[in-house]
Design a protein around this ligand. Structure first.
Ligand code: AMP
Length: 437
């Protein structure tokens, strides 16, 4: 018979879990996986440099009001997903769920709006959303994002699409699709919103509860509901791009023609809307089919009203955010982007006693010269030290026995070539470095 779970044993199990597992929706990044992250981060910085973007590191938490105003009260993120708490000083604080509102805040706080414009900024770091964790969806995840503030040039909408595409391509990713739409501006969108509501109203009863509650507050979000019944209702809904005002239509035409000029393939998706209230005109999303339900590997758009919403002068802006975990999942799916394990330049094998002391000196000599040098710290036999060196993939094994020591020399075995030579202790660094060049 199964033992009933006592309160005591349940508590104990809970405590064991709390001590030995990270919170739901979070992950440790380490080992081989970390190498891929570092490689990706290097590539991001390289590409940002050539496109003229400067890094900005904003705090991991902000005043809650920034997100309420910036993202929009009626969005899922603000209503359901923020990590909000009152700090010991009684202030309402929120762990950042996205990077755009903090960058806009920093842009205004540090008077970047006074030029030179456009300000071109990028960020890379963790975001926090209380979502239901599943493959590709976490509660702490990372975004690489870019923001261009201070220009309405449609060529910059295109720049914020092309830059992440450059990243995807340079990582070796192939099967991604760019979806593009324009959701107009505060002068043309309200008219479309009414037309959409008119169309949906008679069918509202057949739609999912979340669409029913969004109908009045945020009807555009009905367009991207994944529910089958809702999709059926919306199949023949009016299309926003047919309701754009002249300026928005012209802007969209220019975005498309610049994309054509630069040879960027894209698919028009008139049902593409985004989860933030701040977008105007161009919105885009990059999807990778191999990821299943969470298939967006990046998304962005123009947000000409946000700077003013946060308290600045009217300032047009556009940006994009890449989901780092999802990009790495997509790359793993294609078997691309494996990071190489770093190999020690040298592993010193010693025989204990005096030879260990000399080995320690040599170890630090090499490290101070910028080489990656290792030795044993587990009191292993010489044979086991050789094995350890091999497992680490050391390029050179330096064997420091009593005889070698007495002669002021070390036996250097080149692990790639399988050759061995006796080298003066003072020449080891040079010997390794020459080979490196
Ligand atoms: P968003 O800020 O919602 O526009 O998202 C931009 C990108 O961040 C998405 O396309 C995803 O790649 C990624 N992303 C958003 N939410 C999550 C999450 N909960 N877990 C992992 N990645 C996410």
């Amino acid at each position: 018979m199964m033992q009933p779970i006592t309160r005591f044993s349940y508590r104990k199990e809970e405590m064991r879990m709390a001590l030995t597992t990270s919170p739901r929706g979070t992950a440790d990044i380490y080992g081989e996986n970390l190498l891929a992250w570092l490689k990706l981060e290097r590539l991001i910085r390289e590409i940002c440099r050539s496109f003229g973007y400067q890094e900005v590191r904003t705090p991991l938490f902000e005043h809650t009001e920034l997100f309420q105003r910036g993202i929009g009260e009626a969005t899922d993120i603000v209503e359901k997903e923020m990590y909000t708490f009152t700090d010991r000083g009684g202030r309402s604080i929120t762990l950042r769920p996205e990077g755009t509102a903090p960058v806009v805040r920093a842009f205004l706080e540090h008077k970047m709006d006074q030029g030179p414009l456009p300000a071109k900024l990028f960020y890379l770091g963790p975001m926090f959303r209380y979502e239901r964790p599943q493959a590709g969806r976490y509660r702490q995840f990372h975004q690489f994002g870019l923001e261009v503030l201070g220009s309405a040039d449609p060529l910059l909408d295109v720049e914020t699409i092309v830059l992440p595409l450059e990243l995807y391509k340079r990582c070796g990713l192939k099967g991604f699709v760019v979806e593009l739409n324009s959701i107009g501006c505060p002068s043309c969108r309200p008219h479309y919103r009414e037309q959409l509501k008119e169309y949906v109203r008679p069918h509202l009863g057949q739609m999912c509860p979340s669409c029913q509650s969004r109908f009045d507050r945020n009807p555009l979000r009905l367009l991207d509901c994944k529910n089958e019944a809702c999709r059926k209702v919306l199949a023949d809904a009016p299309v926003i791009t047919e309701y754009l005002c002249e300026e928005c239509a012209e802007h969209f035409t220019q975005v498309k023609s610049y994309l054509g000029l630069l040879g960027v393939d894209y698919v028009l998706n008139p049902k593409l809307v985004r989860g933030f209230d701040y977008y105007t005109r161009t919105v885009f999303e990059v999807t990778y089919a191999g990821l299943g339900a969470q298939n967006a590997i990046g998304a962005g758009g123009r947000y000409d009203g946000l700077v003013e919403e946060v308290g600045g002068n009217p300032t047009p802006a556009v940006g994009f955010a890449v989901g780092v975990e999802r990009l790495l999942l997509a790359l793993a799916d294609e078997g691309a982007f494996a990071a190489e394990q770093p190999r020690p330049d040298a592993f010193i094998v010693q025989f204990g006693g005096e030879t260990k002391i000399k080995a320690a000196q040599l170890l630090y000599d090499l490290r101070r010269a910028g080489l990656h040098a290792e030795m044993d710290h587990l009191g292993r036999s010489v044979r086991a030290q050789m094995k350890a060196a091999d497992r680490l993939g050391a390029r050179w094994v330096l064997i420091l026995g009593e005889d070698e020591l007495a002669a002021g020399k070390v036996k250097m075995r080149n692990m790639d070539r399988g050759t061995e030579e006796l080298v003066d202790l003072t020449q080891v660094k040079q010997h390794i470095s020459v080979r490196e060049e």
